[in-house]
Design a protein around this ligand. Structure first.
Ligand code: GDP
Ligand code: IMO
Ligand code: MG
Length: 421
């Protein structure tokens, strides 16, 4: 069977830590979408490491880690990641597998991403500039190059054809930066990719399922960044929701069992786009500071705000979430008052639904207030020991979402997790 772990907000919910925590219970950990726009942080022997494309099960022994066909892969970044996990003693040549259907991110994809964002001016998406959108455009536009092409086709010729097409786009944008160094690195990294285990991902994973192996699918980004259901156009270019697991790995929907949704105890967003519960005051600043809310991939400060139950309800619905993990609860330890958005007021009308778009309407969250617990919870180990005020906060979220909070993360450390009885 297949279980899924994914983010329910705008990314950075703590997926890396939580996947690493659950990985010992599984045989295969598989990324099904996204690319190096992701930054998943975990701690290994007390040392911090950020993964971008390698699944977060890589540090657990005797696990298979699969980069699925739904991912877009930058070989240069993968090579650096492999070096950094090897420094921890990981034998990635044994434990890392890549689907031959996974699409490449080319150097020109990165250039187009840059040029396109610059041309958007104040309407820019706030992309991580890793080439994600151009790579997915070439996938759906039926131009892209895939990992398997390295083995079976005249890759150099195919590359040149696509590169020439991209040059026309870049010329249109007036982009004239020299990217020859990027290209050199790219071709060097391709030689490295050839030394990795490239597999037919869909047979690989279905054979594993048929053989009774347990699969954990690891999401990147978050549901509100999904290309269909997120705050379009301020989204990423992949299917970040449970449905993406099927198309991003080649497995049937009825194989999916638990869908573990992660939410922070508050909410953050990095990049542009609507964020109804965003705080522009000292409280927002306090959360950013105590939560160390700076992007794992780009270092940009993350926008911070209150937990948004309207958006979370929507995310639970489209994902079929069966259990919740609440992360970064400790970040709220010092706050006197906590707010949760219970509904939206859209153009004077109260609603519990996420509207088609949030930009051209007047949208105000309707808040419910709770007392803060004002206690350091980072050492709490048992659910029955959480402060009473926190218990009230969690119970409210349980009932509003109709899905139980089964785990509370109370610090970045792997052992800082409280499990519900
Ligand atoms: P991801 O993209 O969902 O994997 O999340 P990121 O790694 O981008 O961001 C989450 C950040 O919060 C990382 O720096 C984690 O080390 C940290 N983190 C995860 N869980 C907790 C928690 O419960 N408490 C605190 N204080 N930090 C946490
Ligand atoms: P993880 O997996 C937070 C955001 C970018 C931008 C938008 C589009 O670490 O949670 P893209 O580079 O995909 O074209 O950017 O999506 N974004 C993320 N925000 N966490 C991420 O990944 C993100 N990946 C992309 O900031 O607003
Ligand atoms: Mg992240």
């Amino acid at each position: 069977m297949v279980d899924v772990i994914l983010g329910l907000q705008w990314g950075d919910e703590g997926k890396g830590k939580i996947v690493d925590y659950f990985a010992p219970n599984y045989d295969v950990i598989a990324r099904f979408q996204g690319g190096p726009n992701a930054g998943h942080t975990l701690y290994v022997d007390g040392k911090k490491i950020v993964l971008h494309q390698i699944p977060s099960g890589i540090f657990r022994e005797n696990k298979i880690n699969l980069i699925g066909n739904g991912v877009v892969l930058d070989p240069v970044i993968l090579r650096k990641e492999c070096d950094s996990v090897a420094a921890f003693g990981v034998d990635y040549k044994k434990s890392l597998f890549i689907s031959e259907r996974t699409h490449f991110i080319l150097p020109t994809h990165r250039a187009i991403d840059r040029a396109s964002e610059a041309a958007k001016g104040k309407d820019k998406i706030g992309s991580t500039l890793k080439g994600i959108s151009p790579a997915y455009m070439d996938k759906t536009g039926r131009n892209g190059l895939r990992i398997g092409d390295l083995m079976v086709k005249d890759f150099g010729g195919q590359y040149k054809k696509l590169r020439d097409k991209h040059q026309q786009i870049l010329d249109n944008f007036g982009f004239d930066e020299d990217i020859s160094v990027w290209e050199e690195e790219f071709f060097e990294a391709l030689e490295f990719i050839k030394t990795l285990q490239i597999v037919n991902g869909e047979y690989f994973i279905n054979d594993a399922i048929a053989g009774g192996k347990k699969i954990l699918a690891e999401g990147a980004q978050g549901s509100m960044l999904d290309v269909d259901f997120g705050t379009f156009p301020y989204v990423t270019s992949s299917s970040t929701i449970t449905a993406g697991v099927c198309s991003g790995l080649g497995i049937a929907p009825q194989k999916i069992k638990e869908v573990i949704g992660i939410t922070k105890a508050y909410c953050t967003r990095v990049g542009s786009g609507p964020f109804p519960t965003e705080l522009h005051d000292d409280t927002g600043e306090q959360i950013r500071k105590s939560g160390n809310e700076f992007g794992s991939t780009t270092g940009r400060p993350r926008r911070c705000g209150w937990i948004d139950l309207v958006a979370l309800n929507f995310a639970c619905m489209i994902n079929g979430v069966t259990q919740l993990v609440m992360t970064k609860a400790d970040v709220l330890d010092d706050l006197d008052i906590l707010k949760v958005a219970d509904a939206y007021n859209v153009d004077g009308r109260e609603t519990k639904q996420v509207p088609f778009q949030m930009e051209r309407v007047k949208l105000e969250p309707v808040y419910k207030e709770f007392n803060g617990w004002k206690e350091n919870i980072t050492q709490v180990k048992r659910f029955e020991d959480v402060p009473a005020a926190m218990d009230i906060y969690i119970k409210y979220i349980n009932s509003a979402l109709g899905v139980p909070v089964k785990y509370i993360s109370n610090g970045p450390g792997t052992d800082q997790i409280i499990v519900a009885p």
